[in-house]
Design a protein around this ligand. Structure first.
Ligand SMILES: NC(=O)c1ccc[n+]([C@@H]2O[C@H](COP(=O)([O-])OP(=O)(O)OC[C@H]3O[C@@H](n4cnc5c(N)ncnc54)[C@H](OP(=O)(O)O)[C@@H]3O)[C@@H](O)[C@H]2O)c1
Length: 295
């Protein structure tokens, strides 16, 4: 008899989470999603990630910073997938509150309900950025997950197309300030390609999987591609690294949470982020889609 497996997707309203919901559904899973705002998942996301309201079998409204709201979230669940995280500044919450404590609350429930496996999305190059608070929070959770006694998979992506979409938005405005010379390299990955790898990790040994996309670019090349897709001439102004770091210190004096998240963006530009190549979707096509027509 073929028993339908039940998965909880935490972070389901986000860029990767929506593709994960779609991929689990395509493979026949029963999908429960945890979202803060069900309205949000009725429409396609800012970086073309799919609407999933109609796809989900069950929608639970909850916030991981409010333990009561996620009580029983893992009841009857076989597998947890979490891409839940703090990716934009919040005036009240830190990465520790969301990436660590929030995911830990889900893990505690997964242990209580004897879930068979937990798939967590962390970050590539974590050792090189170990002092950044958001990386620390991710890795604190990874350590707890490995200690939990559950079977686990930790996915380590380098950068999503949605993140490259920020360069696209800046290119649309006509100008990009670039921290450093933009010579470091990255092979970003599409959410749908990453979701496939993540769902493949639902079975088998506990393991860590580093993931990048099929094409390697320097950050400057990514910006140039973005201008090209908008039909604009590249206008890129390099900012010296010391200036960006000084700006971060000043930002930290009045907005610690914003400074923590920006420090990730600045730190990430200091070295290459080339991860094992996966997937078939190309950044040029993604930018063309954002520009309003597949070229
Ligand atoms: N973007 C990248 O290039 C990249 C690269 C490597 C690793 N990662 C990691 O991958 C993960 C997913 O990234 P993403 O780009 O998909 O992020 P995203 O689009 O911002 O999605 C984050 C998800 O977490 C949810 N969430 C945040 N706080 C919550 C809370 N208190 N309670 C319940 N849900 C909450 C969000 O819900 P709302 O929709 O309600 O906000 C959203 O569904 C993150 O941990 C990120 O650090 C990202």
């Amino acid at each position: 008899m073929n028993v339908t497996k039940k998965v909880l997707v935490a972070g389901a309203s986000g860029y990767l989470g929506r593709y994960a919901v779609k991929e689990f559904k395509d493979r026949g899973y029963y999908v429960r999603v945890l979202v803060r705002d069900p309205e949000k998942i009725k429409t396609v996301g800012a970086h073309l990630e799919p609407a999933i309201y109609e796809l989900a079998d069950e929608i639970v409204v909850g916030d991981v910073t409010d333990p009561e709201s996620i009580n029983g979230i893992c009841k009857g669940i076989d597998l947890v997938f979490s891409s839940l995280g703090l990716t934009s500044p919040d005036p009240k919450l830190t990465s520790y509150d969301v990436d660590y404590l929030g995911n830990k609350r889900i893990l505690d429930q997964a242990i209580k309900e004897r879930v068979s496996r937990f798939i967590y999305i962390s970050v590539f190059n974590q050792d090189k950025m170990a002092e950044i608070l958001s990386i620390k929070a991710h890795e604190l959770f990874v350590a707890d997950l490995k200690e939990s006694g559950l079977s686990w998979a930790v996915i380590r992506p380098n950068g999503y197309f949605s993140d490259m979409g920020r360069f696209f938005s800046m290119a649309q405005s006509g100008h990009i300030f670039m921290v450093g010379e933009g010579e470091k390299k990255i092979n970003p990955v599409h959410g749908a390609d990453l979701a496939k790898i993540s769902v493949d990790a639902a079975e088998g040994e506990s393991r860590e999987i580093a993931v990048g996309g099929p094409d390697i670019y320097t950050f400057r090349e990514v910006m140039e591609l973005a201008f090209h897709a908008c039909g604009k001439s590249p206008w890129i102004t390099p900012l010296p690294m010391w200036l960006a770091e000084g700006g971060l210190m000043v930002t930290g004096l009045f907005n610690r949470n914003l400074a923590d998240l920006l420090s990730f963006a600045v730190e990430a530009l200091k070295f290459d982020h080339v991860a094992p190549a996966c997937g078939t979707r190309h950044l040029t096509e993604f930018f063309a889609e954002l520009a309003g027509g597949v070229k």
